[in-house]
Design a protein around this ligand. Structure first.
Ligand SMILES: Nc1ncnc2c1ncn2[C@@H]1O[C@H](COP(=O)(O)OP(=O)(O)OP(=O)(O)O)[C@@H](O)[C@H]1O
Ligand SMILES: [Mg+2]
Length: 238
């Protein structure tokens, strides 16, 4: 049975789509069969992070309508074997729970990339996820928003919450009174890993390439470590 992982944040723009694409790629490198589901119905851009812009034609609404099979609606990511993208339809639809059950039976991991904020989708994520990854950066607004989102998710019954601290800059931390540990403590959920600020994230996006094809350093390395931890390997956090 596969694992459903939702990526959420309080504040927008903390790196959910970047992380969803990179973690999904890294899990597929470990030999897992992975589906990335773009659950950001309005501002979806997971195709860009996976380097498959303009090659996505179908979404899961077409599956729910019975027009195509699930397999037909998946777009393969050519740089990684065993990785597919499934976009959401533009308008909210019933039927996601059944679809997730089918995906869990056929794939090892299903990663859901949600929008930022505290919308109705928190309930959906709390209900159907085996693991929720909250993405935050080290600034106080992001930590506070992540803490509030974590609280809302707990109230909705979410059990398995983990924190990823993204865009960590040593230079910025050195010139600030706030330590990384302070930020993690403020959010109040267990840390899964840190990802550094890395210019290669923008370079890859601008080149239309997935981050993990940029090599084995910086953010790509950090996401690979986090993916191993998700997959049950013992990898130290730092
Ligand atoms: N580790 C990183 N280093 C440098 N830039 C990064 C890093 N992570 C993300 N970014 C950049 O931050 C911006 C926001 O990232 P992304 O789109 O993944 O965030 P998001 O949480 O999905 O946003 P939204 O809430 O709008 O869906 C992008 O321009 C991305 O390239
Ligand atoms: Mg996003």
């Amino acid at each position: 049975m596969g694992t459903v992982i939702s990526l959420l944040s309080g504040k927008g723009g903390t790196g959910k789509s970047t992380a969803a694409a990179a973690l999904a790629s890294a899990l597929s490198e470990l030999g897992r069969r992975v589906v990335c589901l773009d659950a950001d119905r309005e501002l979806h851009n997971l195709d860009l992070c996976l380097g498959i812009r303009d090659s996505v034609l179908l979404d899961y609404g077409d599956v729910l309508d019975g027009d195509v099979t699930l397999e037909r609606a998946l777009t393969a990511v050519p740089d990684f074997s065993g990785l597919w993208l499934l976009p959401s339809p533009d308008t909210p639809r019933d039927g996601l729970p059944g679809l997730l059950s089918e995906l869990k039976q056929k794939y090892d991991y299903v990663l859901l990339d949600y929008p930022g904020g505290m919308g109705f989708f928190l309930e959906e994520a709390a209900c159907y996820s085996d693991l929720i990854l909250l993405l935050a950066t080290a600034d106080p607004c992001s930590s506070r928003d992540a803490e509030r989102t974590a609280q809302a998710l707990r109230e909705l019954g979410a059990q398995n919450l983990r924190l990823i601290m993204n865009r960590i800059s040593r230079r910025l931390l050195r010139s600030s009174d706030i330590t990384l540990d302070d930020s993690v403590d403020h959010v109040g959920i267990r840390l899964l890993g840190y990802v550094p600020e890395d210019y290669r994230v923008s370079l890859a996006l601008n080149a239309g390439r997935p981050l993990l094809t940029t090599g084995t350093r910086g953010a790509a390395a950090a996401f690979r470590r986090i993916a191993k931890r998700i997959d049950g390997q013992k990898v130290p956090i730092r």
